[in-house]
Design a protein around this ligand. Sequence first.
Ligand SMILES: C[S@@+](CC[C@H](N)C(=O)[O-])C[C@H]1O[C@@H](n2cnc3c(N)ncnc32)[C@H](O)[C@@H]1O
Length: 201
Amino acid sequence: MQHPSPRPRPAAAPTRRGAAAALALALWCGAAACPAQTAPLRAPDIHYDPTPPNVVAAMMRLAEVRAGDVVYDLGCGDGRTVIAALQAGASRAVCVDIDPQRIRESRANAAAAGVADRIRFVEADLFTTDFGDATVIIVFLWPDLNLKLRPRLWREARPGTRVISYVHDMGDWRPHRTQRVTGAHGERNLYLWVIGAPAPG
Ligand SMILES: C[S@@+](CC[C@H](N)C(=O)[O-])C[C@H]1O[C@@H](n2cnc3c(N)ncnc32)[C@H](O)[C@@H]1O
């Protein structure tokens, strides 16, 4: 199934001068004093396309989000899924996005919803971000990005962690549940996998 929107052009290779400048900035400023980043350190692997609100609600039900959960969205956009997770009863959430604009929006939306103090905002590449304390991981990415992430999910997510993907599957990793959802992207799939659980018959 195709993603509803076109993919961004491949990221340009970072230049050595750009990398040196980023390193110099990071060394120069302490975390608190550091000026807000205005452009991603590298181009996102997929552009922003929000999950429709009714599908976000379906994600929470499919993952059975509850007290004690630590919910990650790897590529969290405007923070809507992690905010919904806290509103559904999760204890904490982590919002990871490589685009500083998305992180700014997420912070503002979380503050407006009164849940910002329970979300950790991480402006970083999801492929190098630790998610070892997650109990629920949400992605809305692209087929090859799901496949690139899959080995890390198997290796680093704790047994019992629920993984939710909107639209795209994980290749031959059979989902524990698939649910059809209809929203702004038309009729699509929501997938649930449970780390360490036997594949369904
Ligand atoms: C299709 S949007 C999904 C947004 C959100 N998860 C939702 O469901 O509404 C994909 C998001 O992934 C982010 N992204 C793309 N490549 C990334 C990477 N390598 N690391 C972290 N975030 C990334 C984009 O900036 C964008 O916000």
